[in-house]
Every structure is written in structure tokens, then in C-alpha cells.
Ligand binder design. Structure first.
Ligand SMILES: Nc1ncnc2c1ncn2[C@@H]1O[C@H](COP(=O)(O)OP(=O)(O)O)[C@@H](O)[C@H]1O
Ligand SMILES: [Mg+2]
Length: 629
């Protein structure tokens, strides 16, 4: 659930002058560890290593792509060599040929080779892209699915304290980071290194050693400079990304809470907070651009200076007769061929750094251990299991504030037990513990006589049917929302469930019937309708044990009574836990537990409890009053 983080709430006048972010801890810690520069290098390797298994699934494709890559680069390097031969041939023959002989004297072999080489370097490159594209995309899909699956495994507490907007941005950036890493390494780094190596080799073998030396020095200086400036820029890029996530989280949170914003006329306040987020983002982006310009200018200078030096040298060698015109043209072509992709290397290095950070961020999500996970030897709860017992259960969300204290109670198979108590006494917490959203610090919770810690979470949840206090719907049709309880349900089963939950008259009255869209989080249907949809959903699930957590609290007395009758008949053969605030709804329960200060203060049936003249009798008297006046 996404909630506004009003931790630092200040009056409006203060809000306008002060920075207002409340950044949750988990997020900050993650970003801190992720960008901490101390272990940067080893972290980069770890990310690359964690990508390898994905690649190794496609050994043949990867090998094939690499072979094509080499073929493309070899063709590419041969282009200037062919050019040299053409020029040298022309230079040698130009003075001894009459215009009529010209057509016969063309260096046809070299010209054709030149054309074919040019074409094949592109052809091989494209084939390599096509073959490797599948590998990269499949990896991105797999990583994305793994993260999604993992996020669903994490505990409620993680999700309650995350900002959905920031999380989705992290995933988005992480998956495109993976894509970039794979493509950049195979399509850019390896080819550039290969080409540079071949060109320097040729220069070294064929010409004055100075050519190879200048080129090599230029490349080294270029790379060192790029790395140095990029490292300096990383901090700026990181800040920009953080601001981006913040602004995004801010916007999504605000839009999700649209109604609340309106209730409190806080559009302007929201606008200002978003404007502040965006202003910070803008500021860091501008710095980012400026530093990029500095990087580009420096790189261009290194390239131009070294090409100038090489051309000076080549021209002088040509004049001295140590080199041919063809050699000069070839060296010039080589320089352009090497430095243009090298220019991209700066960008690629930067992007690789960024992608590594984003990917690591994504993988660090995968590393977060769920607070609650199945034991290695966990077994399945029998689908027929019934009966619940809490034995001396103590629980606190934060250690300083105990919620349940040494709580013990049992619900026999088939029994209907109600829990009543003041708001905040821990009634819903009991449900959450039973579902294992949280783990009790002390004591045992058993279903069908088995400790739930020894069971798989999946099997425990499959026998429990919960109608939560605040039902939330998916942004889909009514039909799909009901069917969610049992996706394989037939239309008849769905009709049956809607009848039992008194939804059919409501649905019939709707112009679009079952196909009505319920809106974001189900906000287009009323609270009572939402509760009835939640009930229908749970009926469809057909669990062994029902838990109704103030499931009828939003209904008017008439529909509440109708639904309660339906629930009673459903509950008849099932273990049922009814949590209620309004006591009139649970007077017929087999047993009533009164929860107060984290323990059971009283228990018994309605009559017995009234006679006790304790907490329950007091609550009852209080609730009767409004109806009397
Ligand atoms: N995730 C949480 N972290 C910290 N405190 C929580 C959390 N969820 C609930 N609480 C607190 O625990 C207490 C019991 O909550 P709950 O069981 O929902 O009460 P209720 O009896 O009204 O259903 C409340 O005071 C609530 O503020
Ligand atoms: Mg509650």
C-alpha cells in the first residue's frame, strides 16, 4: 500500500520554505551501498558475473555472434587496405594510359573487393545483431520476471515501506541496464578493441614505428582521460538518478492519493512538493550536461591532435618517397575508422558504468531476503486441516511497543469464534500472524494441530479465506475482480458467489454489468460494494477456514444482516473467525473473545459475557445507546 509519508509534516507556510522529502530508510541504505565507491570495482565484476549464467544458456548463439563480429571487423580493416591498392595502382598507371585505354585498365578486382568488403562488414554486423538480439531480450525478460517473482516473495513490511513509484523506476532502469550491458559489451567494446588491435598491428608491421606509437599513445591518453572524467561525473549522474526516482515516487504517490489531495485542498501543496523534486532533478541534470560537454571537448581535442600529428608524419614520409599516396590515404582511413568508434567508447564507458549501477541496484533487490521464508524441510498443510490455536503468542511490530502479549486461544474445527476489542487492540494483527505476513516473537500458532512455521506459506494461505478490513480491488472489471478468488471458476460458480454475497442486484443495475470497470484500487465502487466483492471472491476460493475482518463494517444494517445470514450458512461447516467492531453482528457466535491490552480479557457466549458485567458488557451498553436516542 502506498501511503503519503507525512513524517515531517509542517504547516503550509513552513512547507514552502523547507525541503520536504521523507526518504525511506530501506531506499537510502540501498542507494548508499550501491554507489559506495570503495568496493565499486569488485561490485562491477559481481554484476557482470551474475549476468554470465544468463548468457551461457545461449552458448551457440553467443559463439555465432562472436564469429560474425570478428568477420565484420576483419572486412572493415581490409577496406582501407583495398583503398590503398586502388590508389597506388592508379598513381602508377595514370601517366602511361591514354584516355581510350582507360576502360581496359581499371583495377576491377580491387574495386569489386572494395565494394564487397564494405557491404559485408555491414552485413556481418547486422547478422550479429539479429542473432544476439534474442539472447539480450530473453535475458532482460528472465531478469524482469525473476525480480517480479521475488518482489512477491518479500514480506508485507518491505512493501509497506517501499515507494511503488521509486521501485518501478528502479526496475525499469535496471532492466534497460541489463540490455545495455549485454549489447554494449558484445557490440561495442569487443569490436572496438579488436579493430584497434588490428589497425595498430598493421601500422606497426608496415610503417615507421612512430605511427603505431602515436596511435597507441593517443588511444591510451584518450581512454585514461575518459575514465578519469567519467569517474568524476559518476557522482553527478548518481545524484540525477536519485532525484529522478524521488520525483517519480512523489508524483505517483500524489496521484494515487488523488482523492485525499482534494479533501484537503492540497493541490498547491502537492504541486510545490513535486516542483521542488523536479527542480532538484533539473539542477542535477543541468550539471550533468555541462560536465558531459567538458568530456566531449577534451576527447575531441585528443583525437584531433593525434590525427594532426599522424597526417604531418605521413605527409612528410610521402614527400620523402618513403610512403605512397595509397599509404597516406590508408592511414587516414584507419585513423578515422579507429577514432570514430573510440569516440563512442567514452559514451559507452559512461553508459556501462551507469548500467552497472542500475543493474546492481536491480540485483540488490533480488538479494533482499524475505523476512519470512519457508523452512528447507517445510511440508504442506493438509487441505482438509481445520481448527486454529494460538499458544502464548507475543508479538510486536517494533520491539518497544508490544501488540499481543502472551495470547492464547483455540478455535475448534467447525466453530465460529468472534474477536472483539477496541480499534488498534491487535485484531487484524492476529489475522496477519495467521497468514504469516509477520512472525510472532514468542509462542506457537497452529492450524490443524501443526505449527505454521513448519508448513509452506503457500499451503497455509490456501486453506485460509480472508475478507480483509480494507478490501482493495484491481483496476479491472468487476467480473475479473471476483474471479480473482479462483481464476479457473466457471460463470455459474461466479454467479453463485455473487448471489451469496448479495451482489447480483447491484450488478444487474449497472449498465455494463459484470464488465463494469472498478477504477484504480477499486475506488469507483462504494465501500460496501467493495466489501461484498471481497466476500464473493473469498466464497469463490472455497477455503476451509474463513476469516472476516470487519467484513461488513461498511454496510448498512439491512444488507449487513442479509450478508451475515449468508455468511452464517457458509460458515456452518467451516472454522470461522469473525473480527467485529459492531457487537450486534456477532451475538450469535459460538464464542466471543474480548481482546484488550494484547490479551484475552474475557471469553464466552453473548449471554455469559453480559452476565459477567465486564469489558464486554460495558462495550455492549455503549453500543446500544445511539439506538435508544
Ligand atoms: N506494519 C505495522 N508497523 C507498525 N505498527 C503497526 C503495523 N500495523 C499495525 N500496527 C499497529 O499495531 C496496532 C494493532 O493494529 P491492528 O491489529 O490493525 O488493530 P485492530 O485491532 O484495529 O485491527 C495498531 O496500533 C497499529 O497502529
Ligand atoms: Mg483491524
Amino acid at each position: 500500500m502506498v501511503a503519503l509519508h507525512y513524517v515531517n509534516f509542517k504547516p503550509k507556510w513552513a512547507a514552502q520554505t523547507e525541503r520536504f522529502f521523507v526518504f525511506n530508510d530501506a531506499y537510502l541504505t540501498m542507494h548508499d551501498t550501491m554507489y559506495g565507491s570503495i568496493k565499486r570495482e569488485s561490485a562491477d565484476w559481481r554484476v557482470i558475473k551474475s549476468l554470465l549464467p544468463y548468457l551461457l544458456q545461449f552458448k551457440t548463439r553467443v559463439a555465432f555472434a562472436l564469429a560474425l563480429l570478428i568477420a565484420a571487423k576483419v572486412s572493415n580493416v581490409w577496406v582501407p587496405i583495398t583503398l590503398k591498392h586502388i590508389i597506388d595502382y592508379l598513381d602508377a598507371t595514370i601517366n602511361s594510359v591514354t584516355p581510350t585505354q582507360a576502360a581496359l585498365m581499371l583495377p576491377i578486382g580491387w574495386l569489386l573487393t572494395y565494394g564487397i568488403l564494405r557491404f559485408s562488414s555491414v552485413l556481418f554486423g547486422e547478422l550479429r545483431d539479429a542473432i544476439f538480439g534474442r539472447v539480450a531480450e530473453r535475458t532482460v525478460t528472465t531478469v524482469g520476471l525473476n525480480v517480479f517473482e521475488h518482489l512477491h516473495k518479500l514480506d508485507l513490511e518491505f512493501h509497506l515501506s517501499r515507494k511503488t513509484g521509486g521501485l518501478s523506476r528502479d526496475i525499469e532502469r535496471g532492466t534497460s541496464g541489463v540490455r545495455f550491458l549485454l549489447r554494449a559489451v558484445v557490440f561495442s567494446i569487443v569490436p572496438i578493441l579488436l579493430e584497434v588491435g588490428m589497425v595498430i598491428g598493421i601500422l606497426f608491421i608496415q610503417f615507421d614505428i612512430l605511427f603505431a606509437a602515436i596511435t597507441l599513445t593517443a588511444i591510451i591518453v584518450y581512454i585514461l582521460y575518459s575514465v578519469w572524467v567519467t569517474e568524476w561525473r559518476t557522482e553527478l549522474v548518481r545524484t540525477a538518478n536519485q532525484k529522478d526516482s524521488q520525483a517519480n515516487a512523489r508524483a505517483i504517490d500524489s496521484l494515487l492519493n488523488f482523492e485525499t489531495v482534494k479533501y484537503f485542498n492540497n493541490e498547491h501543496y502537492e504541486y510545490q512538493r513535486y516542483a521542488l523534486s523536479l527542480a532538484e532533478y533539473e539542477h542535477s541534470k543541468v550539471k550533468n550536461h555541462l560536465s558531459l560537454a567538458a568530456l566531449n571537448i577534451g576527447q575531441a581535442f585528443i583525437i584531433s591532435a593525434s590525427i594532426l600529428a599522424i597526417m604531418f608524419l605521413a605527409s612528410s614520409h610521402t614527400l620523402k618517397g618513403q610512403m605512397t599516396l595509397g599509404d597516406l590515404a590508408m592511414i587516414n582511413a584507419f585513423m578515422i575508422q579507429v577514432f570514430i568508434p573510440l569516440n563512442a567508447l567514452g559514451f559507452i564507458y559512461r553508459e556501462i558504468k551507469r548500467s552497472l549501477a542500475d543493474t546492481e541496484n536491480l540485483f540488490s533487490l533480488l538479494k533482499i531476503k524475505p523476512a519470512i521464508s519457508d523452512k528447507p524441510n517445510a511440508h504442506e498443510l493438509a487441505p482438509t486441516a481445520d481448527g486454529i490455536s494460538f499458544e502464548n503468542v507475543s508479538f510486536a511490530y517494533q520491539t518497544t511497543r508490544p501488540i499481543l502479549k502472551d495470547l492464547s486461544f483455540t478455535i475448534a474445527p467447525g466453530e465460529t469464534v468472534a474477536i472483539v476489542g477496541p480499534s488498534g487492540s491487535g485484531k487484524s494483527t492476529i489475522t496477519r500472524l495467521l497468514l504469516r505476513f509477520y512472525e510472532a516473537q514468542h509462542g506457537n500458532i497452529k492450524i490443524g494441530g501443526q505449527d505454521i512455521r513448519d508448513l509452506t506459506q503457500d499451503s497455509v494461505r490456501s486453506v485460509l479465506g480472508v475478507v480483509p478490513q480494507e478490501a482493495v480491488l484491481f483496476n479491472d472489471t468487476l467480473y475479473e475482480n471476483i474471479r480473482y478468488g479462483y481464476p479457473k471458476a466457471s460463470h455459474e460458480e461466479i454467479e453463485h458467489a455473487t448471489t451469496l454475497s448479495y451482489l447480483h442486484t447491484f450488478i444487474k443495475a449497472l449498465p455494463d454489468g459484470y464488465q463494469t470497470k472498478v477504477g484504480e484500487r477499486g475506488l469507483k465502487v462504494s465501500g460496501g460494494e467493495k466489501q461484498r466483492i471481497a466476500i464473493a471472491r473469498t466464497i469463490l476460493k472455497a477455503p476451509r477456514i474463513f476469516i472476516f475482518d470487519e467484513a461488513t463494517s461498511s454496510l448498512d444494517s439491512a444488507s449487513e444482516q442479509a450478508i451475515l445470514n449468508a455468511l452464517t450458512s457458509i460458515a456452518q461447516n467451516h472454522t470461522t473467525l469473525v473480527i467485529a467492531h459492531r457487537l450486534s453482528t456477532i451475538v450469535h457466535s459460538d464464542r466471543i473473545l474480548v481482546l484488550k491490552d494484547g490479551t484475552i480479557a474475557e471469553q464466552g457466549d453473548h449471554e455469559a459475557l453480559l452476565q459477567k458485567k465486564g469489558v464486554y458488557a460495558e462495550l455492549w451498553a455503549l453500543q446500544q445507546m445511539p439506538e435508544q436516542c
